[in-house]
Ligand binder design. Structure first.
Ligand code: 2HA
Ligand code: ZN
Length: 276
């Protein structure tokens, strides 16, 4: 038995590979974190080394104090996660106060957790609180369609959500709360962490303007599927608009009544603020 044989480890590394193959992780772009269950922590413990020193974060989240996360490394390439997990990813423990981490496995060669670890941790805290502990995955990807959209659509939750819902029938089913939008911000610090986690109270998907996507979910399949769906809708929007000569005056489209009817028939709650 090696750490690579553990189910959560296989799911995590597979998702990194999937994102790389989608073209969402040029160079060191993007990051992924997963909050382990107690059983998963127990299964991983035999592989832990001597704990490295505690490192203070710029944020505090008490509700997930004591948790363990598998995280991609700062400056590491998604492309290298499967061939070289020991240097590319690692398991960290959060202290009880929820304001510091220490490395328990991996991130070898003096590597550190992702530069967005503070954003991930704060968003884990909010998403776990919103879903009664169900959400365990936070994923950030440099998705081209979403980035393209941020040049040509007003940077509001409503403007993005409506356009994405209208692009493909099942979008409203996959993200019925809609998406939040963070304006352009410097990446990798407490400011973008706080702006994102404020939106995470309402949404599981957040657009980072001119940067990419930030998504939360209970498992790897759901979270990757969410990012994939939003990004596909964004690419459809950009392509349809270009094919329409740049105009949003569509010949045919999904009406608001159709979005509402879909959610009604699927027995899910649409965010009513975004339909007329
Ligand atoms: O390079 O994607 O947002 C990692 C990132 C920072
Ligand atoms: Zn990024």
């Amino acid at each position: 038995m090696a750490i690579n044989d553990l189910g959560f480890f296989k799911g995590f590394t597979r998702m990194c590979e999937d994102g790389w193959l989608q073209g969402w992780h040029e160079r060191n772009g993007g990051n992924l974190t997963y909050r382990l269950t107690d059983d998963e922590v127990a299964s991983a413990r035999p592989f832990f080394g001597e704990p490295r020193p505690w490192v203070k974060m710029g944020v505090t989240g008490e509700n997930l104090g004591g948790s363990f996360f598998l995280t991609t490394g700062s400056g590491k390439f998604f492309r290298n996660v499967c061939p070289d997990p020991e240097h590319s990813i690692g398991i960290v423990e959060i202290n009880e106060a929820g304001d510091s981490y220490r490395i328990m496995w991996g991130l070898e060669g003096d590597a550190r957790p992702t530069s967005e670890f503070e954003s991930h941790y704060m968003n884990h805290c909010v998403a776990a609180a919103r879903t009664n502990g169900a959400d365990r995955v936070i994923y950030h990807a440099h998705t081209p369609g979403v980035i393209e959209m941020s040049f040509i659509v007003p940077l509001t939750d409503r403007d993005f959500t409506r356009r994405l819902w209208q692009m493909m029938t099942e979008c409203v089913v996959v993200f019925p709360a809609g998406v939040g939008v963070v304006p352009w911000m410097v990446p990798g610090g407490p400011a973008i962490a706080n702006a994102s986690s404020e939106l995470m109270k309402t949404y599981d998907t957040i657009v980072w303007a001119h940067h990419g996507l930030f998504a939360a979910g209970p498992d790897f399949d759901t979270t990757f599927g969410l990012a994939h769906t939003v990004e596909k809708a964004a690419q459809l929007y950009v392509a349809a608009r270009a094919a329409n000569g740049g105009s949003e005056d569509w010949l045919n489209k999904i009406e608001d009544a159709g979005l509402v009817q879909t959610c009604h028939d699927f027995n899910i709650q649409i965010n009513e603020a975004f339909v007329d």
